[in-house]
Design a protein around this ligand. Sequence first.
Ligand code: GLC
Length: 482
Amino acid sequence: MAQQFSQERLRVRPSSREDAVVARAREYFERTLIQVGGKPVGSMAALKHPGRDGALNYDEVFLRDNVPVMLYLLLQGRHEIVRHFLEVCLDLQSSAYQTRGVFPTSFVEQDGKVLADYGQRSIGRITSVDASLWWPVLCWLYVRRSRDWEFGVSQKVQRGVQLLLDLVLHPTFEGTPVLFVPDCAFMIDRPMDVWGAPLEVEVLLFGCLRSCCQLMELAQKGNTSRLLDQRLLLTRAWQHDLRLFLLKHYWVTSKTLQVLRRRPTEQYGEHQYQNEFNVQPQVIPPWLQNWLEERGGYLIGNMRTGRPDFRFYSLGNALACLFGLVSAPQQRALFRLVLHNREHLMAQMPMRICHPPMEGDEWRDKTGSDPKNWPWSYHNGGHWPSLLWFLGGAILLHEQRHPSADVLLMGQMKAMLEECYWSQLNQLPRQQWAEYFDGPTGTWVGQQARTYQTWTIVGFLLLHHLLRVNPRDVTLLDINTP
Ligand code: GLC
């Protein structure tokens, strides 16, 4: 399969322009950095955007878009920018009664004042949950890499962590360890029927809790406090339960599907149930059979009473590997699945955000007839080059941690990753580092795509760093080591 691809597709040929492309990408990246309080704080979302008059916010610093930016800066040793970013975010953590603890989706400095968006200005007034969950992860990775322990144990960081945990660790109506969110609460920020417990949010919650534990453990070393001890115990237990919940209800393979198809329904009672969410076997979509093949596996997109979402979401699955939520053998099952479905997931522009797209009536009902999310476009089956490094990181981290596991498979994954890297390298400069790509093969530049999109540029640079400059740096992405 892989060989057939490399012969068929001209875009994956090695290019002699590699150094020049990387050098240009670095120049663009430098231009994306903007300041708050007279010091660089992070990157605006895109270089070419309509600007303030166009009333769009691509000149703002989005927390989620700055995840790869901060990691790239850490790899370059530019720690002070990352610290400034973390501090500005902390200053912006909401203290309003109804949103206490929430971090903003984006911010920008205007006339000497920092203006933050918690959803009150966004299109559709949507909320962003992922930004808040990313902050502790970035903070922990910064503290560990820079060895700025003092910042990690500082009162303002520890207070920020507690405020955020207050948002999560509290009683809820349903009493499960997942975080319930409305539609559009993460990278997919337009209606896509991703309300409830969408994978990306739950995996990020896992990473967030893990990172909060790491930060609290640092503080615990220096001072004994019963309150902190209790918080730590509770957070660890929550994280543990969340992992078990996700593995039980979201992880599917060919084998588990056979079980799902034969489960009883309409089960009442607390014990001896097999089908807590009363899922009818008819909801299992026919495309799953070929998608899973014999030894593939993945985490489904969502679980709601009677209505699991079987769509494949690339980011949630890649993060589940990076954060160690799924075990090493499960990671390899996921890699097999990606390889098997390469034609869909990678196609001409790696990689697709979510598969399969919704079409027809389903598209009309679930997206509210959103033309930006037309089938095979944008979030609805579109291709986002900024996603590739997450999966690349997961593959390379797995290889570092388990060098002798299934070398044949891992060899194929590495070859695929190389080819994906080349296809980005060969296309993105011509396509002006576009935000996203449309169509079943991801060949067309997205209809409303911004150009010189920061996370497209820096995602490519990150992958270049991990493949060419220093492969051992992939351990930066591991949140689990102390
Ligand atoms: C779009 C994307 C969102 C991204 C933002 C800035 O709104 O859907 O994920 O953060 O643009 O690039």
